[in-house]
Ligand binder design. Sequence first.
Ligand code: ZN
Length: 339
Amino acid sequence: MDERYSRQILFPGIGKEGQAKISTKHVLMIGAGALGSGNGEILTRAGVGRLTIVDRDYVEASNLQRQQLYTEEDVALKLPKAAAAEKRLRAINSDVEIKAIIGDATPPMLEDLVRDVDLIIDATDNFETRMMINDISQKYKIPWIYGACVGSYGMSFSIIPGKTPCLNCLLRTIPMQGLTCDTGGIISPAVQMVIAHQSAEALKMLVEDWDAVRTSFVSFDLWRNQYTSLKMGKAKFAGCLSCGEERTYPYLDQENMTKTTVLCGRDTVQIRPSTQGAISLEKLAGQLDSLGYTVKGNPYLLSVEMGIERMVIFNDGRALIHGTKDLTHAKSIYQRILG
Ligand SMILES: [Zn+2]
């Protein structure tokens, strides 16, 4: 083990003691896209004890330009990102206990997952999930590292409950509108820069070098050659509903209902059924096939061609309907296939 991690142990900030700490820690990573690929790989190579990955999507050709864990084979097989990431990361470092969860991060799921988690990495592409992570972090006093990028622009901030302002506090001072959903194009170096900031902060936290953790909000634009670091000491808001004195954790207060959302920057609607339970993809494939649909699939999902739209159904009953942003239309397609 010393040989494997020797260069990291030689680094004074980590050392033998730091390495021993890293190997006992559990990191929860929400998202396995571009940021998740890079952070997941760095933490796995660094020898983190456990890594739990949650992702709701599957690998597509447009991911390969920047999502470094995936290959053309993953695209051809339509593998869920969590499953493909788990496979690749296990091949990189078999010491790390990797757990992949194919699904949409919800408050009950996160509450269940974070019990023995030391750190949460934000590798999502949407604000709704980030605000949920933010509330979970405050409620269970677990640090998390925010990261986002679009185009050649990126930003990162480390949130330590009780010490730094939270993301909900920051919304009062930093204009984040327009970055709530990554709709623009993106270049890979911007992703890598955010990954570098997030994973460096992660290593500091895993070795418990809290004084080294960056307290400023960093943002950059690699195309315009801009780099800024904003002090955030005064951003903490006493009345914040996520971290203030009278906190209510508003983003954990979700009704357990059928949930329909348009996915960020894509002609895709996600439908999550109110009661999540395993469905038999094999049986469904047989039924759809006999009705004349073209069905393809793997053990994790089914892809059904339906003219302009294509529907992907996961074995928990969740579905992605590609080719539309119309929620009502998407729901009618879902009803037609899954009743
Ligand atoms: Zn706050």
